[in-house]
Write a protein of this length. Structure first.
Length: 462
């Protein structure tokens, strides 16, 4: 292989998704020379096949719901169906605009982008199409892919992944969604709004099983009201394609017929065949193992984003990329506190949380040392105006700080940033109770919950 003629750069980044490009931008801003290697388009899964296009679909679905509900608000309207060609054009325009902006930022910072499939060939080098790029440090940021189950073949026509779902040119008449996590619930929400018959199959006892149980139950109640069916504690056993779609078999002996089967059972790390193991990078089940500073067992190599074990969220990738870039520039950034990373499921209703669940809080601090309160949105004026239901649950250590905030309701994802400040700054309920929230807003629900925990409830319903 030919060596890079320019000599070693400060940083070589393998993967131009959320974590990789964030690391590149911050490193360049701090004066480091950067080469960013990406086999596809800058922005990765989040921008092109994940966060952004799915939220565009969810907004389109929200418009459909608004039309159906408009008469409740005295507005007469008629729903004439969903034109997926126009929905997809809208979605792609959003993605295209953000992609153009990102490429402009990368160019403006003087970052060299090498297009091609890179491979780690030494602790300080990545090879791309015969060129070896040497760096003083390497960041692995190759992201994740849609997992399947053993023996479950994805044909991308009737048995599909979330990437396939984003490219559909029609509204399916019926869908079985395998997996009741974030991805499964978001697509179930979209398709139900569009008029599809939707059934979710989840092996665990609740939907969004990583959330607080109270949030899962409220989401399940909301889905029942919307006509989204789900089978919990139920395992998949097989699928057969038919002339009309699929027949899904479950371990309880039942079957489900649908036009499509969406496989949404999680995401796995993209690490196979990229030279990581050959170079000696420590790995486990395909994930790259890192310490709290995101260093691998090889001092010159870091790994960020979905590639390392833990939360697979774009904003975590952003934070990790910035963290590593600042370390390499000689700064002393604070490691990521993964407990206090905000999480949002953008279904209808939304689920948002930060901090630990009640079960984890009791395990960590002791059952008698934890207190919580749930504020029902029925007492919130703006929620009644919007005709949304849900709740805010706040968990705190007795005579101590808030350690968890869990919310369910339309647009609660927009409230989670304030909750993040509360948990990250270890605020006490009495501290938050002193803050005056504007009326009437959804944010008052967060204030009301803290008023109640501070011993002075206002609009709290039993």
């Amino acid at each position: 292989m030919a060596e890079s003629a320019a000599g070693p750069v400060d940083l070589v980044i393998l993967g131009g998704g959320s974590g990789g490009y964030a690391a590149a931008l911050r490193a360049a801003e701090l004066g480091l020379s950067v080469v960013l290697v990406e086999k596809d388009k800058l922005g990765g899964t989040c921008l092109h096949r994940g966060c952004i296009p799915t939220k565009a679909l969810l907004h389109s679905a929200e418009i459909v719901d608004n039309i159906h509900e408009s008469e409740t608000f005295g507005v007469l309207s008629t729903f004439n169906g969903v034109d997926m060609a126009k929905v997809n054009a809208y979605k792609e325009s959003v993605v295209g605009g953000l992609f153009k902006g990102l490429t402009g930022l990368i160019k403006a910072r003087g970052i060299e982008v090498v297009t091609g499939e890179g491979r780690l060939v030494s602790p300080t080098a990545v090879a791309v199409d015969g060129r070896v790029i040497e760096g003083r440090h390497v960041i692995l940021a190759t992201g994740s892919y849609s997992r399947s189950l053993p023996g479950l073949e994805i044909d991308h026509e009737k048995v599909i992944t979330s990437e396939d779902a984003l490219g559909l040119d029609r509204v399916p008449g019926s869908v079985v969604v395998l997996g009741g996590g974030v991805i499964g619930c978001e697509f179930a929400s979209v398709w139900r709004s569009y008029g599809a018959d939707v059934t979710i199959v989840e092996a665990l006892p609740h939907l969004v099983p990583l959330e607080d149980e109270s949030s899962s139950k409220l989401l399940e109640r909301g889905f029942r009201r919307r006509g989204i069916k789900f089978k919990l504690k139920t395992r998949f056993s097989g699928v057969k394609t038919t002339d009309h779609g699929v027949t899904v078999s479950l371990e309880d002996g039942s079957t489900l017929d649908a036009e499509l089967l969406l496989v949404a059972v999680g995401r796995g790390p993209v690490s196979a065949g990229l030279g990581y193991e050959e170079v000696g990078v420590a790995m486990e089940r395909g994930f790259v193992l890192v310490d709290r500073d995101l260093r691998t067992n090889i001092p010159t190599i870091s790994a960020i984003g979905d590639l390392r074990p833990g939360l697979q969220l774009a904003h975590v990738g952003f934070a990790e990329g910035i963290l590593v870039a600042e370390q390499l520039a000689g700064l002393n950034p604070v490691p990521v506190d993964y407990d206090n990373v905000p999480r949002v499921t953008y279904s209808s209703p939304e689920v948002a949380s930060v901090g630990v669940t009640l079960a984890v809080a009791k395990e960590r601090f002791g059952a008698d040392a934890v207190t919580s309160v749930t504020y029902n949105l029925a007492g919130n004026g703006k929620s009644q105006i919007l005709k949304t239901s849900g709740a805010v649950t706040v968990i705190a250590v007795k005579d101590g700080p808030v350690v968890g905030v869990h919310m369910v309701g339309d647009r609660v994802g927009e409230l989670i940033a304030e909750a993040q400040l509360i948990t990250n700054w270890e605020a006490y309920p009495s501290d938050v109770a002193q803050l005056i929230h504007p009326h009437p807003t959804m944010s008052e629900a967060l204030g009301e919950a803290h008023l109640a925990l501070a011993g002075k409830p206002l609009h709290l319903h039993d």
